[in-house]
Design a protein around this ligand. Structure first.
Ligand SMILES: Cc1cc2nc3c(=O)[nH]c(=O)nc-3n(C[C@H](O)[C@H](O)[C@H](O)COP(=O)(O)OP(=O)(O)OC[C@H]3O[C@@H](n4cnc5c(N)ncnc54)[C@H](O)[C@@H]3O)c2cc1C
Length: 375
């Protein structure tokens, strides 16, 4: 099962001019899975399929492609246009055996100039699998710090190429990355409320956003990409299949702690399809909701506009059970996860990797296309 959208990288790369030249035909999620990884494994049962397959493979190798042919430079600053070697300094197995936390270090002298917004959230890097020469995008959870450190939460799929390859990497190994590439652009002072709905590793871009605008500014050691504390109120609704597959404590603990100490800035809720007896390391099972994120859950979030109200105003609002209309509100929904989840929450993507109309639950609630972004 895939997480995030089928094509979010292509769409988001197109958001910014500096990166658009690198948005090759294989920049999308969908094509990563179908065009890059599989040619090495496919065998057609019939001649027609074989011929077609040969054509596709030939086209894949012969078609000019900026990203795949990007050179590797060991002494030039990190850039989307070439690969740069980084060292694996940690690879930690998570409770979910199919996920690992990977720490990479870029030599600090290869950090690009930090002025400007290249490290503003949300951004990703391409990691190249040297064995089969394919690349996939991944999201540094906390951005990058002054020493060039990036931490990633990586899932491997049974037949997935790069995820499995990354899981096999050990401390001291060198891998090649290029970036940063924009996934989605955060804008200060634009939304009163941002509601993020994620599934599986789809939480990674949201964690980077929250870390940058909320968690890091409240700490002394700020990452290079930090921005002043946001006035936006954030809500994260995250879903995994079972408690044992929820994100590791390194992600959950800071979010839960911040939500407890600053409920006016952040609310978090965690859901699982079913409680199978496994447990999340950071949340008691009683605090995990069983079932899919549904209209009632989102309606509750929309109805709760208690931030900034006095105690008696909040009291009066207790009787407000209907979700308040979204029309005219400076509210944004971000959705990132498996495609069926995106469909159910926000409707399917459009043609040619576009956002498509707002459908699903958010469509029923009256959200407009300016209030929804499918990552
Ligand atoms: C902007 C962006 C940021 C991202 N950030 C992260 C992140 O932080 N962490 C993260 O884990 N992922 C992230 N992803 C997803 C990541 O880029 C990859 O898509 C994901 O790791 C799968 O890549 P893969 O090479 O392992 O699998 P692929 O080889 O692409 O396979 C994908 C799926 O297809 C299946 N498959 C592969 N080959 C076959 C086959 N021959 N037959 C049948 N099924 C097959 C696999 O089992 C798997 O389910 C991000 C994606 C985007 C677009």
């Amino acid at each position: 099962m895939l997480h995030f959208g089928p094509s979010c990288l292509k769409r988001h790369v197109q958001q910014i001019a500096w990166a658009s030249q690198f948005a090759s035909r294989r920049s999308s999620w969908q094509r990563h899975s179908s065009t890059q990884a599989k040619p090495s494994k496919r065998k057609g049962p019939a001649l027609a399929v074989a011929v077609l397959g040969t054509g596709i493979v030939a086209a894949y190798f012969l078609w000019p492609d900026t990203s795949r042919s990007a050179p590797t430079y060991s002494n030039a600053a990190l850039s989307p246009s070439h690969f740069t070697p980084v060292t694996v300094t940690a690879s930690e197995q998570c409770a979910d055996p199919n996920t690992r936390l990977l720490t990479l270090i870029l030599s600090p002298n290869l950090l690009p100039p930090l002025h400007g917004s290249i490290f503003a959230p949300v951004w990703s890097i391409f990691i190249k699998d040297d064995d089969i020469q394919v690349e996939r995008p991944y999201t540094p959870l906390e951005g990058i710090d002054e020493s060039g450190r990036m931490k990633l939460w990586i899932k491997r799929y049974p037949k997935g190429e790069v995820g499995r390859w990354l899981h096999s990497k050990s401390v001291g190994d060198t891998i090649e990355i290029r970036g940063p590439l924009k996934t989605w652009t955060w804008l200060d002072d634009t939304w009163d409320e941002v509601i993020m709905i994620s599934g599986g590793t789809g939480i990674t871009p949201f964690y980077q956003l929250l870390h940058t605008v909320l968690l890091a500014p409240s700490k002394e050691a700020q990452p290079l990409s930090s921005t002043p504390l946001s006035l936006t109120r954030f809500t994260l609704l995250h879903s995994s299949r079972v408690p044992g597959e929820l994100p590791p404590p390194e992600l959950l603990r800071p979010l839960i702690d911040h939500a407890e100490t600053h409920p006016e800035q952040l609310r978090v809720s965690f859901f699982v399809d079913n409680k199978d007896g496994s447990s999340a390391q950071s949340i008691p099972n009683d605090n995990i909701r069983q079932g899919r994120i549904d209209k009632a859950d989102i309606g509750l979030i929309l109805g709760d506009r208690s931030a900034g109200l006095t105690w008696w105003q909040k009291l009066l609002r207790v009787s407000t059970s209907k979700p308040e209309p979204v029309a005219g509100r400076k509210i944004l929904f971000l959705v990132c996860g498996p495609e069926p989840m995106i469909h159910a929450i926000a409707g399917p993507y459009g043609r040619n990797y576009s956002q498509g109309e707002v459908g699903g639950i958010l469509g029923q609630l009256g959200c407009t296309s300016t209030q929804v972004w499918k990552l």
